[in-house]
Write a protein that binds this ligand. Structure first.
Ligand code: ADP
Ligand code: MG
Length: 595
């Protein structure tokens, strides 16, 4: 057999969204276990020590690697799984970016032993800080044994972000659960500090759910109702909780083609199916498995994020809603509810006939490039006369006394209008600057810079604030935690459904941080969650908006000039990222026409 790993062409590699693959031990675990699954393993053993800090080990009985492949595997964009961009639409493996092992060996000590079935002898490799330290032949079983030691030993900033061993272990287990629940055909073992904490034999999906969440005293899956529907567009199967079993600690999982995913929109379909059946603070458990043609979804999301785009979300929403409604109706699970309030219970109509949904044909644009960021506010969308307003300052600001007119020129008289706008005379007309948005633009750029440099200034709260969250918000927050920390939030999980806010970004002030955080969470959810490339920008924008001087605030001349000079330093655009206008000019022509 020949070696099977090859390097992706640069063009493809560059298309693949770069990003930090390894944020914490749990993300490392995910990558290792997914590799084992891709290698066809039927038994995967996970060993961790000290919350994954000192050791994260994954042993599989998969197909193993040749000595050359074992070495190649740690190169960036080395993958055996895809060869060209088009393959991304035919994805049948968990991995494809070829960056996980390269990222891991850059930030940890890695030791791997591996052997293929056809090889008599295996290979042992030691790598630290991306350098191969040893490679030798060794006796070992078929499969791969990856030991990742001392994660982030050379990245103090990342190490600092790690939480207590207990919290990291919880994250590891959460990640492990997301994988084992959708791979019941694989046997798993999880060992923490030499203690077996999970042993899962090969079984059915339902038995796997029971094994993960059940207690011997109380069967978990007896509270679930089966759902199943096959349409041209998508196959859906899974289990949804009986309404009367809903509680505050529901387990909610969705998977597509063997991957865990978060999908706020489909979540809404589920919640709609339950509407009227639940007391407001309770939510149902669900485990939904979607199967869909690989080219109808876009998994090329940030490697550590779990949002997945579907080509036809609305149709799937309807299919899911109808399927769950039917299941809840068919099993007549609704009437046992006992509401104290006068809430009217809307009973879903039990349908005897199978639901008939004509699945729409897939409309997949073959030229659609999921990696391309669609910039909604490009220069083209600006009126022509505004193009390059700041690229060619001489055009707009040509001024005899000071040819390179600056917004902050001390000689230009400026004034504040209605405590909202700063008025600046220019050669071309009267420039109006929206004070709140101008400040937002300034802070936004600063925050993005912070995210890039991972340096923040925060202000510790005298009394930590406790923020209670729904399951959904909880997940979003966990997905963004590293970025929030970089922005200056210091958060700790306080209970299964709450966080304590210990510190906030300096400029935010200590006023109502919970509300700000919730706004960021919801804003991120509304704009497609942490999956989109723009989510960090969205988060920074929301935060900047919160921090910026409000409308209605009287500004001194010094404050105004300071604002203008900071704005000018950034070569600002006329618009905020959300399309709002920051700067406008009432031109001389327009003024002239009025007379
Ligand atoms: P990707 O999974 O995106 O291809 P990785 O960096 O995770 O990239 O892995 C690089 C390559 O190393 C994989 O394509 C695969 O060929 C090989 N590999 C990694 N882990 C294993 C494993 N446990 N068993 C067999 N091959 C593996
Ligand atoms: Mg991989």
């Amino acid at each position: 057999m020949t070696d099977i790993i090859h390097l992706l062409p640069d063009s493809v590699a560059n298309q693949i969204a770069a990003g930090e693959v390894i944020q914490r031990p749990a993300s490392c675990l995910k990558e290792l276990v997914e590799n084992s699954l891709d290698a066809g393993a039927t038994h995967i053993k996970v060993l961790v020590r000290d919350g994954g800090r000192t050791l994260l080990q994954v042993i599989d009985n998969g197909k193993g690697m040749s000595p050359t492949d074992a070495r190649m595997a740690f190169e960036r964009h080395a993958t055996s799984k895809i060869q060209q961009a088009a393959d991304l639409f035919e994805l049948h493996t968990m991995g494809f970016r070829g960056e996980a092992l390269a990222s891991i060996c850059a930030v940890a000590h890695v030791e791997v032993t591996t052997r293929r079935l056809e090889d008599e002898i295996g290979t042992r490799l030691e790598i630290a800080g991306s350098e191969v330290i040893t490679q030798e032949m060794t006796q070992c079983p078929v499969g791969t044994n990856m030991r990742v030691k001392n994660l982030f030993y050379n990245v103090p900033a990342r190490r600092k972000f790690l939480k207590t061993d207990q919290t990291e272990l919880r994250n590891l287990i959460a990640e492990y659960n997301r994988i084992v629940l959708v791979n019941p055909q694989v046997q798993f073992t999880f060992i923490n500090n030499d203690e077996i904490i999970s042993e899962l034999p090969i079984c059915s999906a339902k038995q796997r759910i029971e094994a993960v969440f059940g207690h011997s005293s109380k069967p978990f899956t007896s509270q679930l109702v089966d759902i199943q529907t096959n349409t041209e567009l998508v196959n859906i199967y899974g289990f949804v909780g009986k309404p009367e079993a809903a509680n505050k600690n529901s387990q909610q999982y969705m998977f597509v083609n063997g991957r865990y995913m978060r999908h706020p929109y489909f979540h809404k379909a589920l919640m709609t199916a339950y509407s009227g059946l639940l007391a407001s603070e309770y939510s149902p458990s669900y485990f939904i498995y979607f199967e869909i043609a690989p080219d109808a979804i876009d998994v090329n999301i940030h490697p550590t994020k779990t949002e997945i785009k579907f080509a036809d979300e609305q149709a799937i929403f309807q299919i899911l809603l109808a399927t769950v409604r039917e299941a809840l109706g068919k099993f007549n699970v609704a009437p046992s509810l006992d509401f104290a309030s006068e809430t009217r219970i809307e009973m879903p109509q039990p349908t005897s006939a199978p639901i008939s949904i004509t699945a729409p044909h897939l409309k997949v644009d073959p030229t659609y490039n999921p990696f391309k960021k669609n910039n909604t506010h490009t220069a083209q969308s600006l009126p022509k006369d505004w193009m390059g307003l700041y690229d060619q300052p001489a055009n707009v600001y040509s001024n005899k006394e000071s040819p390179t007119f600056a917004l902050s020129n001390d000689n230009t008289p400026i004034l504040q209008w209605q405590n909202k706008y700063i008025v600046v005379p220019t050669d071309n007309g009267i420039m109006l600057i929206h004070q709140h948005r101008a400040h937002t633009a300034i802070l936004y750029k600063e925050l993005l810079q912070q995210l890039k440099n991972q340096q923040s200034i925060s202000q510790t709260l005298l009394f930590p604030e406790i923020l209670d969250l729904s399951n959904n918000d909880m997940q979003t927050l966990q997905d963004m935690q590293v970025e929030l920390q970089v922005l200056g939030f210091d958060l700790d999980q306080f209970s299964p459904n709450s966080y304590s806010i210990n510190a906030v970004p300096m400029q935010l002030g200590t006023n109502n941080p919970s509300e700000t955080l919730l706004q960021i969470i919801h804003q991120v959810q509304d704009t497609g969650g942490t999956a989109t490339q723009q989510w960090q920008e969205n988060m920074a924008l929301t935060l900047a908006d919160k921090m910026a001087i409000p409308l209605g605030k009287t500004l001194s001349e010094i404050e105004m000039r300071d604002l203008l000079s900071r704005l000018e330093e950034q070569h600002p655009s006329r618009f905020l990222n959300n399309g709002q206008t920051i700067i406008t000019i009432i031109t001389n022509d327009e003024i002239q026409k009025r007379f």
